[in-house]
Design a protein around this ligand. Structure first.
Ligand code: ASP
Length: 496
């Protein structure tokens, strides 16, 4: 846990916790550990968890106490304590929850650890209260937990999150989101939430569905992204929208993909492709540079899809050298000029990225006429970083004729178009402004910032690889009563 503090005091992470005077709630009479180095000679009450306890002979015990702000060395010297309290100290074990009152003292010269935030001081305990006990832990949390069985870690995720690495991942994520939010709010964006219970979306993945109790036989879908709502907000005249949006996709979980992920979701009116890319570039630069990271190349290089496929055999790539990798450098690049459509297995056409996109201007005529389909390029731009796709967006079709043509090319009948995106075509009739946007996957960005290879390491409560939730073990069987209420009759997989 020392390592946590050492790291948070160097670069790579805005601590947000050290260096600030933290608001102390008066009635709690509690001092944050990060504040103790400036409190020599003062009487303080600290509260937290026992990181380690070392008993030295029968007079002296050292406790490393951890709270959310840091770790503090506490010295329990038996002659300074009442008999009752001294007896209590003998009982203390790892991860017990304690309240300790005492005086902050300067450490003897030999005990000073200048590289640690609280390394010059210690707390001489006068009063110790056990607020709660802790059973022996199912796995060790004072080391990196990545080698421990995944199911066990996720079953006790609240313990895993106490470990240095995962706690740091949570704080890096928090800082990344707050920096983006601060940038966007400073640039006239409005943060707006959109519904989770919504309609099945044609966005390329399988939907999670929710039965309607009040309308038997009907289902909501959880959004794969707020794509349509954010576009409707543009029709509403919001002009600059964002939210940190949860996206739900019923896909097989992979290292960098889960059922749920969060996006910094952005949409802007009266913009062209370059405007959105430029704004995102400024936001990412502001965000990661203020966290102490180095960006390999600015402005971010732009690579066409064709060049990327020819050079890297894929539409994402890693521009870092070995040395960049060692130094934690971030190599961003834009990929542009993707084909709008690709062939389906049945020989028809489907969209490659986003059906709501606008084709590039020089292909508009062909798009409207349903001609030269394989040559039509879309205004899609993907942000690539260190080998991952860390975001993607496009300029949208705001003219109903263009969106209608996209669906026609994909073989939808007029009825099917109406059923699928009729509400968008209707909205676009009422003065829809030209607009475009992007969704930045928070997990993929945090994986790059922290060097993690698995999405679950940067989410607080992720799923297991087999699709069960952490701690609560969902999905689970519903009672007959609940099934009836939701108007559901369960079929066995073999009946399908
Ligand atoms: N809706 C897109 C996605 O979730 C992002 C965007 O085009 O804004 O990937």
């Amino acid at each position: 846990m020392w390592a946590r503090l050492v790291r948070s005091n160097t670069n790579k992470q805005s601590s947000g916790r050290t260096g600030h005077a933290l608001y102390a709630l008066q009635h709690m009479q509690r001092t944050w550990i990060s504040e103790t180095p400036t409190m020599t000679g003062k009487n303080v009450i600290v509260k937290g968890w026992v990181r380690t306890v070392r008993v030295m002979g029968d007079k002296l015990a050292f406790i490393d106490l951890r709270d959310a702000s840091g770790v503090l060395q506490v010295v329990c010297y038996k002659p300074d304590l009442s008999g009752e309290i001294a007896a209590l100290v003998g009982e203390i074990k790892t991860e017990y929850v304690l309240e300790i009152e005492g005086e902050i003292k300067t450490r003897g010269a030999k005990q000073v650890r200048a590289d640690q935030p609280t390394g010059t001081i210690e707390l001489a305990a006068k009063r110790v209260v056990i607020l709660n006990r802790c059973e022996p832990l199912p796995f060790e949390i004072d080391k990196d937990t990545s080698g421990i069985n995944e199911e066990l870690r996720l079953k006790h995720r609240y313990l895993d999150l106490r470990s240095d690495r995962l706690y740091r991942n949570l704080t890096v994520r928090n800082t990344f989101i707050q920096n983006c939010r601060q940038f966007l709010l400073g640039n006239r964006f409005t943060e707006i939430e959109t519904p989770y219970l919504t309609k099945a979306t044609p966005e390329g993945s399988r939907d999670f569905i929710v039965p309607s109790r009040l309308q038997p036989g009907k289902f909501f879908a959880l959004p794969q992204s707020p794509q349509q709502y954010k576009q409707l907000l543009m029709v509403a005249g919001v002009e600059r929208y964002f939210q940190t949006a949860r996206c739900f996709r019923d896909e097989d979980p992979r290292a960098d993909r889960g059922f749920e992920h969060t996006q910094i979701d952005i949409e802007m009116s009266f913009v062209e492709r370059e405007d959105v890319m430029h704004m995102v570039e400024l936001m990412i630069t502001h965000t990661v540079e203020s966290m102490g990271y180095t960006i390999k190349q600015k402005p971010f290089p732009r690579v066409t899809y064709q060049e990327s496929m020819a050079k890297y055999g894929a539409d994402k790539f890693d521009l870092r050298t070995e040395e960049d990798k060692q130094k934690g450098v971030l190599a961003y690049a834009w990929v542009v000029d993707f084909p709008f459509f690709e062939k389906t297995e049945e020989g028809g056409w489907t969209f490659t990225h986003n059906p709501f996109s606008q084709p590039k201007p020089e292909f508009l005529e062909d798009h409207l006429a349903g001609r030269n389909i394989e040559h039509i390029l879309t205004t899609q731009y993907d942000l690539v970083c260190n080998g991952y796709e860390s975001g993607g967006g496009s300029i949208r079709a705001h003219d109903p004729a263009v969106l209608g043509a996209t669906y026609k090319t994909m073989g939808y009948t007029q009825e099917e178009v109406k059923e699928s995106v009729g509400h968008m075509l209707e909205a676009f009739k009422y003065g829809a402004p030209p607009h475009g946007g992007i969704g930045l996957g928070i997990e993929r960005n945090i994986m790059n910032l922290t060097g993690e290879s698995y999405l679950r390491e940067v989410q607080a409560f992720p799923m297991t690889g087999s699709g069960h939730t952490a701690v609560m073990d969902a999905p689970s069987v519903l009672s007959e009563k609940s099934l009836k209420e939701a108007n559901i009759l369960v079929r066995k997989p073999e009946e399908n």
